[in-house]
Design a protein around this ligand. Structure first.
Ligand code: SD4
Length: 339
């Protein structure tokens, strides 16, 4: 307990550095005396450095007269379109049968609406399919064949079931596995949150999930309250990392609930990690990370280890920041979550 508290205080100092670097407009301090970074909305926050162009697209869409939903959807589509990204979209690492299965969701603070799809093969933009599930059905989530039929009927853009590069890597993996030299690949997610100038919160999340997963495996990313959660009276949170270690604890929901209790976004992300680590037999060895923003334009992130990077964009700046870690354990040389 004492170790966790010390780590918490130490970690929050990183948020102070972030606060100064970002030209924070906030002067308020959290319970540790740390200045909480905050900006005037529009504010977009997302996971990993590859979230930065997505953030910028979201701002552009909003400024061009798009809605908050248009902004988060179009933002996430930027990352989904990058076929060199091995973690999001059809450039992702396939499941064990050699085909990419995508998971995504979208949430609107106004109306508390959500849409989600999982294990979708051959479609380029699962986030857009999730939006149509939200807008055109009475359901929240469609999976597998049903989600694909739904997308096909609506003429959604198709794409390769796996890229040639990922197919070659998968063939190597399969041979190594046969020789019992299993190698676990990295995997990441884009979770993107938006606070609009009128104070509404939106979010979207998309991933190809755990590389070489059992076909049909679904992680936290399309699970409302797991990989993404938005409450228009409080703020929003999103997750990246090993979904199994997030979804068992309703991670993003918990971050939002901690913010409701008065914590700053970074405090809430850290408190969630401490809570999960206190319950999980693996302690902090979980490879999970959260981003969050609240209605006041405050933002923050935290990971179980040090070095999780996230992107923040607003009218004043657009940059990649380093989050505090609940432990000093480095996240890994590539910045991803190695299984
Ligand atoms: C999943 N959370 O499917 C996603 C993947 C991820 O860093 O974010 N990896 O479990």
């Amino acid at each position: 307990m004492e170790i966790a508290r010390r780590t918490f205080l130490g970690s929050s100092l990183v948020a102070l550095v972030d606060g100064k670097l970002t030209g924070s407009t906030a002067t308020a301090a959290d319970s540790t005396g740390t200045v909480i970074p905050a900006v005037r909305p529009p504010l977009v926050i997302s996971t990993w450095p590859f979230g930065k162009p997505s953030n910028e697209k979201a701002l552009e869409v909003l400024k061009g007269g798009g809605t908050g939903l248009d902004a988060v959807e179009q933002g996430v589509r930027v990352t989904e379109s990058d076929l060199t990204n091995p973690s999001v979209g059809l450039g992702g690492i396939p499941a064990a049968h050699g085909v990419v299965q995508l998971d995504a969701c979208i949430m609107s603070g106004p109306g508390h609406k959500a849409g989600s799809v999982a294990a979708v093969e051959g479609f380029a933009h699962p986030v857009s399919i999730a939006r149509r599930v939200m807008e055109e059905t009475r359901h929240v989530m469609l999976v597998g064949d049903g989600a694909q039929d739904f997308a096909r009927e609506r003429g959604f853009e198709k794409g390769p079931k796996v890229t040639p590069g990922q197919k070659a890597a998968w063939e190597k993996w399969r041979k190594a596995q046969a020789a019992e030299k299993k190698k676990a690949p990295n995997h990441d997610t884009i979770a993107l949150l938006l606070l609009t100038p009128s104070g509404d919160v939106f979010g979207a999340c998309s991933t190809s999930g755990w590389g070489y997963k059992i076909p049909g495996r679904v992680g936290d990313s399309p699970i409302i309250g797991g990989g993404l959660y938005v409450d228009n009276t409080v703020g929003g949170a999103g997750a990246t990392g090993i979904g199994e270690n997030v979804m068992r604890y309703c991670g993003s929901f918990l971050v939002v609930e901690f913010m409701r209790q008065g914590m700053s976004p970074v405090e809430a992300c850290l408190a969630t990690i401490h809570r999960i680590a206190s319950l999980d037999p693996k302690g902090y060895d979980l490879s999970i990370n959260f981003v969050a923003l609240d209605k006041k334009g405050r933002y923050g992130a935290a990971g179980t280890g040090s070095g999780f990077q996230y992107a923040v964009s607003c009218d004043e700046f657009s940059k990649v920041l380093q989050s505090p870690g609940a432990t000093a354990k480095p996240i890994g040389p590539t910045g991803g979550n190695r299984l």
